[in-house]
Design a protein around this ligand. Sequence first.
Ligand code: URA
Length: 259
Amino acid sequence: MTDNKESVDANACGQRVVVMRLQKFLARAGVASRRGSENLMTDGRVRVNGEVKTELGTKVDPRIDTVTVDGREVRLADGAVTIMLHKPAGYLTTMSDPYGRPTVADLVPRDRYPGLFPVGRLDYDTTGLLLFSTDGELGNGLLHPRKHVDKTYEALVDGRVSEDELQLLRDGVLLDDGITLPAEAQLVKASRSDSTVLITIHEGRKRQVRRMCGFIGHPVIDLHRRSFGPLDLGNLPEGAWRMLDQEEECALRKAAGIA
Ligand code: URA
């Protein structure tokens, strides 16, 4: 990279990755001229991800790094954003509710990223990984029925689930909107009164896991989504959100068939 140029590379999936010098980022965001931005940096007024940056060689990735000047966040106007939320129970998956009930919009930075929308939905009582994006192409790709993006759920169900019942889930069960595609189903633990089952489905029908478990005679008590396509919830605390990193975005675009 030469002194004044931003580096436009392609990552593993050929996606454009723009890394630029911090002073250029500040100038482009309209904070000050390039020279003025350098002065802000050397005066110790600029932080990247919470760390003061005085060195003029510092580079930032505008899609990932958080840049502040005197404590106020600075952003470029362009660039799609995708985040994951650990959805708690008791929130509707919608960006607004006419009855004023709690919605996932209360939990994500919608003012900071206008146009953020949930990619798919989790039921009011379902917890776990819910993706949001400002990128319509990505969202549509991930939800397209032909893409068969995997979703893995941990279901606490009523009663003791047998191997034969798990096999029904694997083979496909007849719901009122048709037979489900083969799923993966594995018993994690069981007592006489309930069982925990890990279920991976490759489609996204309404209340699908609840209906599948109901079909085999084991109504869901609690439902939690652990992963969505290539993304894992990991140890993100309930109610918290985070940006995806570049590798995750890249893998997600691949899963959506738009890499
Ligand atoms: N399947 C369900 O039954 N509910 C969800 O929230 C997600 C998948």
